[in-house]
Design a binder for this molecule. Structure first.
Ligand code: DHB
Length: 497
């Protein structure tokens, strides 16, 4: 393949664009990547230079950032650094090689108009991208043993999956079919996961447990519904689902990484796991408020807190969430209807993600049919309307497989084959109500329990669903894990070192 670099003046970097990463792409515009390389690592004639970047790396040692753009499980073409969805500018400025990798998604269509991007094909495409990059090792700048995956939301789930399913045989059939570079591996060095939407097997129950008693939702206009109130039927569903969650959660037998204590929840929003989550929220708020005090003074903090006194206290640098319940009423508000993911009317992204080429949208949550059965007498009309759809999927093996292969939890501490990335960084916004905050916490704790990886997990205060982060920290983390020096930290962070 001919390598073709074009110089981008604005970013002072070289770009190789629309590079196909497999031999038989079904959707060539999606199954390709853009590769961006800081100016210093290439000569004018396109060969690798032996110059050193001011941050210390050479073309042979520079980490490679591998960002996917999967949002709402929708297919994405690779993007440019100036795209608001891209983290490319920051990564390139820091001197890293930046790859934006496209992939198929839930509504991808091939040239014949056939649906071709259902689960797990987004992940398979990204794995093909990793293999392709490794195949380029030595031919383009970048240490392909230092690939750091980055993704947000559904893309954050993909990032965690790239981190836990390295070289898993479960995706080989599809990789071979598409003509990926099967002689290469697809394990990665690190995964940055922003607000990952994961464990769709239990996401609906987790959501109702988290938002139990909160029946007003703020809505998702781009999915097709605005703010509203749950109906009597969905309120009843919510109560049953919330009550069913602890059995699953407590069965995980997660432990507090500091004390070794088993983390449990009760039917209400209580228990040691809930206390652990509260502690993570308090640490997050403390970081935010203490920084605000340092940068803007005490008055700014007092003003910020003035409408939060019923649930948040701050004294001498210590933060307490005095009422999680009030926090959920006024700050971290319910976003979605019930069920939150396997929507009654099949309007959520996940309904389409778990469809097939023949059936675009499907139900997938197998906990719901028995709960609906329980409510059938009291709600005959809704039961008649909805129950059948959920019953039909109970024994669908194809569906079970599609769910299995995009749930990272199936690969962590389970004996399922998959090479783990040694480093993870998980960030979620304190206002992110796209999924239960329990989900990211579970991911982090399960990873830590393997004893094989470092999982850096924080909630980021005052951030919602997206690239929830503190300025400059992701760059510092990449330097830390790669053992390189970071000379270009924002001033504020230097104060903390
Ligand atoms: C995304 C958001 C959601 O609420 C969801 O259910 C799935 C994906 C997203 O932003 O990618």
């Amino acid at each position: 393949m001919e390598v073709k670099w074009r110089f981008l003046e604005k970013e002072r970097c070289w770009a190789w664009e629309n590079v196909p990463y497999c031999q038989r792409p079904e959707v060539p515009r999606e199954q390709c990547m853009h590769i961006f390389v800081p100016e210093v690592f290439l000569k004018e004639n396109g060969t690798i230079s032996d110059q050193r970047h001011k941050n210390g790396f050479t073309a042979a040692t520079v980490p490679v950032i591998f960002e996917n753009g999967l949002g709402g499980y929708r297919e994405s073409e690779p993007f440019y650094p100036e795209d608001p969805k891209s983290g490319g500018r920051e990564f390139l400025e820091a001197g890293f090689v930046y790859v934006s990798c496209g992939c198929r998604g839930r509504s991808s269509l091939n040239a014949e108009g056939v649906r071709c991007g259902k689960s797990p094909l987004s992940l398979v495409d990204l794995k093909a991208g990793i293999r392709f990059l490794k195949h380029l090792a030595g031919k383009i700048p970048g240490d392909m043993e230092k690939i750091v995956s980055v993704g947000i939301s559904a893309g954050g789930a993909m990032s965690s999956l790239l981190g836990v399913t390295g070289n898993s045989p479960l995706y080989e059939r599809e990789l071979e079919g598409m003509g990926a570079v099967c002689s290469e591996t697809d394990h990665i060095f690190a995964a940055q996961c922003y607000c990952p939407i994961l464990d769709l097997d239990h996401a609906d129950l987790a959501y109702e447990w988290m938002f139990q008693g909160k029946f007003h939702y703020t809505g998702m206009p781009f999915v097709g519904f605005g703010a509203g109130e749950l109906t009597p039927y969905t309120k009843a569903l919510s109560r049953e689902m919330a009550a069913a969650y602890p059995e699953y959660f407590n069965g995980l037998k997660l432990r507090d990484p500091d004390t070794g204590e088993i983390l449990q929840i009760g039917k209400k929003r209580e228990g040691s796991a809930c206390a652990y989550l509260r502690k993570k929220l308090e640490e997050s708020a403390a970081k935010y408020l203490n920084r605000m005090e340092q940068e803007q003074g005490r008055n700014a903090v007092e003003t910020y807190l003035s409408d939060k006194t019923s649930w948040l206290s701050w004294e001498a640098g210590n933060v307490r969430i005095t009422s999680l319940d009030r926090m959920l009423d006024t700050y971290h508000k319910r976003l979605k209807k019930c069920p939150a993911f396997d929507d009654l009317d099949l309007i959520q992204a996940e309904n389409q993600e778990f469809g097939t080429p023949q059936q675009d949208k499907m139900h997938f949550d197998t906990f719901l049919a028995p709960i609906m059965e329980k409510l059938a007498q009291e709600y005959p009309e809704e039961s008649k309307r909805y129950q059948k759809g959920y019953q039909e999927i109970q024994k669908d093996e194809g569906l079970a497989d599609r769910k299995y292969r995009i749930n990272p939890l199936n690969f962590i501490g389970t004996g399922e084959k998959g090479d783990l990335a040694p480093r993870f960084r998980i960030r979620v916004g304190s206002m992110d109500a796209d999924t239960s905050l329990m989900m990211t916490m579970i991911l982090a704790l399960k990873l830590a329990e393997t004893g094989k990886v470092l999982a850096d997990y924080e909630i980021v205060w005052e951030e919602g669903h997206g690239r929830a982060d503190d300025p400059g920290e992701v760059i510092r983390w990449i330097h830390e894990i790669c053992g390189t020096t970071c000379f270009s930290l924002p001033v504020f962070y230097k104060d903390y070192l």
